[in-house]
Design a protein around this ligand. Structure first.
Ligand SMILES: Nc1ncnc2c1ncn2[C@@H]1O[C@H](COP(=O)(O)OP(=O)(O)OP(=O)(O)O)[C@@H](O)[C@H]1O
Ligand SMILES: [Mg+2]
Length: 447
């Protein structure tokens, strides 16, 4: 049960009697075209936002505890404070001293200026960077006090860490409750829209994966981002799930290091770095994350079930997808996996929910089952249908180009009527109609 406090007769009622100040305008009379965005030189972050920070917008960043939300926003504040003007970072969770500790930790990574110069860094080491002049920290949880600080400082960017800790004393409910979170966010939004200040809110995700102070918040804000990843792996994905100023489904990839989050501008390379190419049970899928193709290693392992019902253990994919693929392997590809335990693992702590990776999953399992490796220079693209047929997936050419760029020479793709442009150069296409056919061409024959 969630307490919902009905507020005392609101000020809205009073103002309803006042004069009407708004006036409909013709669309062509409205000023301002392209939003002028504040550039944010953390490219992975900037792209997810849609190409920079929109003044007056309000962005919610959610994520599991300890995933790196504060780190990411402190790094962004640092850079924005240098480039765009005053930034106020309000923490309701940590003391100024603790924030300073984090700042000292990331200062190492912040030095070295231009972050795009290297393949994976938000700056290069070479001594700690100086603390920016116009980055202000304050520990405060009362929203009215925060608003006063904003008045006094008029920052370009305001960061609230976290929205669940701030409260308005005039509401009786406790901080983090639905009414507090909603009212505080609404106040901040009014302020952001009128002043042109961009606001970032950090939100905690509950165990069920919803932002606490539920979806009301997602409606109020302009952009909702999730920082996700396996806490035991170093990769972090920043994903847009709602964006009024950019495409959703964009993903930024970071690596958590001692000196903060570093950009990974070529994630495929990073994900494939540890691949043991000649061992059975490993196959390469090409999945789209937003507009960007990612090459990801999928590992399958089968082992005879000792007793009882064989287990199906997916890591990084949906269990039902794995059940479906095992059923198709049994019935349509003649592979006797029914008595085998199956483990499926997506390398790098990534979660795949795109059917285009079906084929790679099935081939990884088949490869382990038959104890024959998948050819090392091969990528697999295709969705599997219930009758064992391969179905075409979107943006095949973009996927193939990425694979070719990373040195893969052959690709198994569904055999369909090809329209439009031909396949990219430098990669040989092996069209297959069925899963059975694909497995036969993918696996290296026994000597
Ligand atoms: N010295 C270090 N070396 C490497 N990684 C570190 C180091 N110190 C902290 N980290 C990483 O930073 C993470 C904490 O980051 P941060 O405080 O930004 O997370 P958060 O999402 O804000 O957490 P919370 O939900 O508690 O506010 C840790 O989980 C750890 O992975
Ligand atoms: Mg934090």
């Amino acid at each position: 049960m969630v307490e919902q406090v009905t507020a005392a007769p609101s000020r809205n009622a009073a103002s309803a009697a006042g004069p009407v100040l708004s006036r409909p305008k013709r669309l062509r009379e409205v000023e301002g075209g392209e939003e002028s965005r504040l550039p944010l030189p953390i490219h992975e972050f900037s792209r997810v936002l849609g190409g920079g920070v929109v003044p007056g917008s309000i962005v919610l960043i959610g994520g599991d505890p300890g995933i790196g939300k504060s780190t990411l926003l402190l790094q962004a504040s640092w850079i924005l404070a240098g480039a765009s003007g005053p930034v106020l970072y309000v923490s309701g969770e940590e003391s100024e001293r603790q924030m300073k500790m984090r700042a000292v930790r990331i200062s190492e990574g912040m030095s070295g200026g231009e972050p795009e110069s290297s393949s994976s860094s938000a700056g290069k080491s070479g001594g700690a960077a100086a603390f920016p002049e116009s980055l202000f920290l304050v520990t405060e949880t009362r929203l009215d006090a925060i608003l006063e600080h904003v008045q006094a400082l008029s920052p370009r960017i305001l960061i609230i860490d976290s929205i669940q800790t701030v409260y308005l004393p005039e509401l009786t409910s406790s901080a983090g409750s639905v009414s507090q979170v909603r009212e505080c966010a609404a106040r901040l939004q009014t302020l952001a829209k009128s002043s042109g200040m961009a606001v970032f809110l950090i939100g905690h995700v509950t165990k069920e994966g919803v932002l606490a102070g539920p979806r009301v918040l997602e409606h109020i804000v302009d952009t909702v981002l999730y920082l996700e990843g396996d806490r035991f792996q170093s990769y972090r994905l920043l994903r847009a799930v709602k964006n009024r100023f950019g495409a959703v489904a964009e993903v930024g990839v970071f690596e958590m290091r001692g000196d903060g989050l570093a950009e990974v501008s070529n994630p495929s390379e990073a994900f494939l770095a540890e691949r043991a190419a000649q061992s059975p049970g490993s196959a390469i899928a090409v999945v789209m994350e937003g507009t960007r193709p990612l090459l990801i290693e999928i590992q399958g392992l089968t082992s005879p079930a000792a007793y009882g019902t064989p287990r199906r253990t997916p890591n990084g994919v949906d269990l039902y997808r794995l059940l479906l693929i095992s059923a198709v392997l049994t019935r349509r590809a003649g592979l006797r996996v029914a008595e085998e335990d199956i483990f499926l693992n997506v390398v790098g702590g990534i979660r795949i929910d795109e059917p285009a990776a079906d084929l790679a999953m099935a081939v990884a399992i088949a490869s382990s089952m038959k104890d024959r490796p998948v050819a090392a220079d091969l990528v697999l693209i295709g969705e599997i249908g219930l009758s064992g047929e391969l179905r075409a997936v979107s943006q095949t050419n973009a996927r193939l180009r990425e694979a070719a760029a990373l040195g893969f020479r052959r690709a198994i793709v569904p055999k369909t009527v090809r329209r439009g442009e031909g396949p990219p150069k430098g990669i040989e296409i092996i069209p297959c109609r069925s899963l059975r056919e694909a497995i036969a061409s993918a696996l290296v024959p026994h000597e």
